[in-house]
Write a protein that binds this ligand. Structure first.
Ligand code: SAM
Length: 284
């Protein structure tokens, strides 16, 4: 099964060619992906793209010799967890962590990434294969908190478009921000007593839909989702003045954020309205 998955990938011949001649390139058929380390400058590019910083918890899925986790812990002060099926890699990673003096910040778990919990990650890194990424995709979308950054070396996630993409020293890297699940009908009331309703469709981070103001059809001219942040621009029919709403998705509700006065700190975020899920949501 693992061997079949590897060989069915369009990228497999490339990866295998790349591995040819490398001492670490023997392919164990129990693995879904062979060991090919990410080069140092690409590791840095991945950590930069995800803006890894103190307070993050980074998981590397298929962690090899531990280099991504160890670099993140050593240079950015974060805690990290590596998961690898191969006991030899886990031994190497633990020895490397000891040598680099970050044993207290990192953990290496010998296990299969398909049945190991990584839901607490704030950043996930991976250098796997296209079909392995795709098999992981439903768990990434379902189990990770909205806003979690996922960075992949070399391989994308098919129709889930990356939020960022870059080329570093000849390698592509991709980042996705796990989107909140905002599809469905919502309603809220603003301070002036206006009642807003929206029905949102969602495909990954792409959102579109319909809107109503006080029961009358309006235009949803813009809907943007990045992690747990949703921005909606609604223009009532016959009005030339669009209203922009910014909300944070939180545990099944949308917390509407008041526009910030200039110079106000990010922590001073004020909730101006709360949208709840509405039944049916036919506007009216
Ligand atoms: C291409 S290497 C990447 C290593 C490291 N992440 C890096 O970028 O340097 C892929 C790693 O995934 C591991 N691996 C393959 N299948 C796995 C599985 N099902 N569960 C956990 N690890 C796996 C391999 O042992 C290998 O170390």
């Amino acid at each position: 099964m693992a061997r079949k998955a590897l060989l069915s990938s369009a990228a497999a011949p490339l990866l295998l060619t790349f591995m040819a001649g490398s001492a670490s390139a023997q392919f164990d058929s129990r693995l879904d992906v062979p060991f090919v380390p990410t080069r140092e400058e690409v590791v840095q590019g991945m950590l930069d793209m995800a803006e890894v910083e103190e307070g993050d918890l980074l998981y590397d899925l298929g962690s090899g010799d531990g280099r991504i986790v160890i670099t993140a812990a050593k240079e950015r002060g974060v805690r990290g967890v590596g998961i690898d099926l191969d006991p030899q890699r886990i031994r190497e990673a633990r020895a490397n962590a000891r040598q680099e003096g970050v044993e207290d910040k990192v953990e290496f778990i010998q296990g299969n990434l398909f049945n190991t919990d990584f839901s607490k990650a704030t950043v996930v890194t991976m250098y796997l294969l296209p079909d392995v990424n795709l098999r992981l995709r439903p768990r990434i979308l379902r189990e990770l908190e909205p806003g979690t950054r996922v960075v992949s070396h070399a391989f994308d996630m098919n129709e889930w478009q990356p939020d960022e993409k870059a080329r570093v020293e000849g390698s592509y890297i991709y980042m996705w921000i796990v989107p909140a699940r905002v599809a469905g009908a919502w309603e809220w009331e603003t301070d002036d007593g206006s009642r807003y309703q929206v029905e949102l469709d969602q495909q990954f981070q792409e959102v579109s839909g319909k809107a109503w103001v006080d029961g009358r059809a309006a235009h949803l001219t813009k809907a943007e989702l990045r992690g747990d942040r949703l921005q909606l621009t609604i223009q009532p029919d016959g009005s030339t003045v669009p209203q922009t709403f910014t909300a944070r998705y939180d545990d099944g509700r949308l917390l509407g954020l008041a526009a910030r006065e200039s110079g106000q700190a990010a922590e001073a975020e004020q909730v101006a309205w709360v949208a709840e899920r509405a039944e049916g949501g036919s506007g009216g």
